[in-house]
Design a protein around this ligand. Structure first.
Ligand SMILES: Cc1ncc(COP(=O)(O)O)c(C=O)c1O
Length: 405
């Protein structure tokens, strides 16, 4: 059957160009041997992209490093202004700069929130399958992870509100960590869903920590709603985490932030941030955030088009040539959640098939919770030719495996 490679759009930025990342200490590339026991897998795992960041970011870095003194750094007030402007233009969210506080990373920030707002032994609600550190920031701080698994309903993941209500009503459960949009299943929660979740949490005195790191990566016309922007009461019962790191592919600069209207919650967070002495941050963090937010919008528009093309490409390839896999089409992010359950294979067989037989490196679904059994996560933030090579490898390996179609 002919296969059409027809999603090319004329773009100003060249996302098709392969960039050699070997020798750059890239986690995604250098850790392949350790993680997959195969140093040559096509790496479609760790959630960063293989694309060059917007040129304005490299230019801003070059300008700063021309000055040869690299001492302790403070962020200028323009740091907060860039964030405020970005949130307003991108998400129609009008915040005050006084609501902002720095975090060196979203995950370290989530851990600080756990320390700031809960005690050892408290319950924290999470919604698997979900980004693996959601389990560890709870468990490693001696709190209890209370699982409210998402339901896969006719190919779409939805929240189990009935069970959420039961969990929230238990006095020992103090917090919910929301993933919005949700990694790995790519759901972008509707305002209606967020309202329902937020009302349950307020009624039961459960604080919402909203990880919105993927919020700028809404695709196919979907629009992200910041949880705290919905109402005054939601803003007062939540702390939001955001960052330019996923959006502009600058995760190596360890720069993110919280938005928190509630002064008491902000003060508690700040106390932990200061006690750990983590408030100064990376010398180039402010430089890259400002360059990205002030000058990166055009690049991001094109990135979204390219990612949408990649998703359509993978979707078409799977539907025509990989009938053993089912794709849950995402509403946000460059991460695809692939269902391998039709193969009938157990998780070890799926992972070794991909890493050894197909030479492709995907994330193991069970890392996202037991609900991820039979699934794998694929990062499509790479040139289309790389995805093409990976899919061809998978097809050849499937054909060789003699699995019935
Ligand atoms: C939902 C979510 N939160 C946080 C992170 C990582 O954030 P950071 O690198 O700022 O700790 C990721 C990375 O994939 C993610 O998917």
């Amino acid at each position: 059957m002919p296969f059409f490679y027809n999603y090319k759009t004329i773009l100003m930025f060249d996302f098709d160009k392969p960039i050699n990342r070997l020798g750059t200490s890239s986690f995604k590339y250098e850790f392949r041997e350790k993680y997959f026991k195969n140093p040559d897998v096509i790496p479609l795992w760790v959630a960063d992209m293989d694309f060059a960041s917007p040129p304005a970011i490299s230019e801003a870095i070059k300008e700063r490093i021309e000055h040869p003194v690299f001492g302790y750094t403070v962020r200028n007030s323009s740091f907060n202004t860039s964030i405020k402007n970005w949130l307003y233009t991108k998400h129609s969210w009008d915040i005050e700069t006084s609501w902002l506080e720095f975090s060196p990373g979203v995950v370290s920030g989530l851990s600080m929130a756990v320390l700031a707002y809960t005690k050892p032994g408290d319950g924290i609600i999470i919604q698997p399958p979900v980004y693996p550190p959601f389990f560890s920031v709870v468990k490693d701080n001696d709190r209890n992870a209370m699982h409210n698994p998402l339901i896969l309903d006719n190919g779409k993941y939805i929240i189990n509100f009935e069970e959420l209500e039961q969990l929230a009503s238990k006095p020992e459960n103090k917090m919910l960590i929301l993933c919005s949009p949700h990694n790995p299943i790519g759901r972008l929660w509707s305002e209606e869903e967020l309202v329902k979740l937020g009302e349950i949490c307020i009624a039961n005195d459960v604080l919402v920590i909203s990880d919105e790191i993927h919020s700028d990566l809404a695709i196919f016309g979907n629009k992200h709603t910041p949880f705290a922007s919905i109402s005054e009461s939601f803003a007062n019962n939540s702390v939001t985490f955001m960052a330019p790191s996923k959006t502009f592919n600058i995760a190596g600069f360890s720069t993110s932030y919280i938005i928190c209207k509630n002064r008491e919650l902000r003060t508690k967070y700040r106390r932990i941030l200061h006690s750990l002495h983590l408030y100064t941050g990376h010398l180039l963090g402010g430089v890259v955030l400002e360059a990205a937010y002030d000058h990166g919008a055009e690049w991001l528009d094109e990135l979204i088009l390219y990612l949408e093309g990649n998703i359509k490409f993978v979707e078409e390839f799977i539907s025509i040539r990989l009938p053993w896999i089912t794709l849950t089409k995402p509403e946000a992010t460059y991460l695809l959640w692939l269902d391998f359950r039709k193969t009938g294979w157990d998780q070890d067989t799926i992972t070794s098939f991909l890493a050894k037989d197909a030479n492709v490196g995907l994330n193991n679904g069970t890392l996202f919770g037991e609900e991820g059994r039979g699934f794998m996560r694929m990062n499509i933030g790479s040139p289309r030719s790389v995805l093409h090579a990976a899919l061809i490898n998978m097809e050849k390996a499937f054909v060789k495996s003699n699995l019935n179609r």
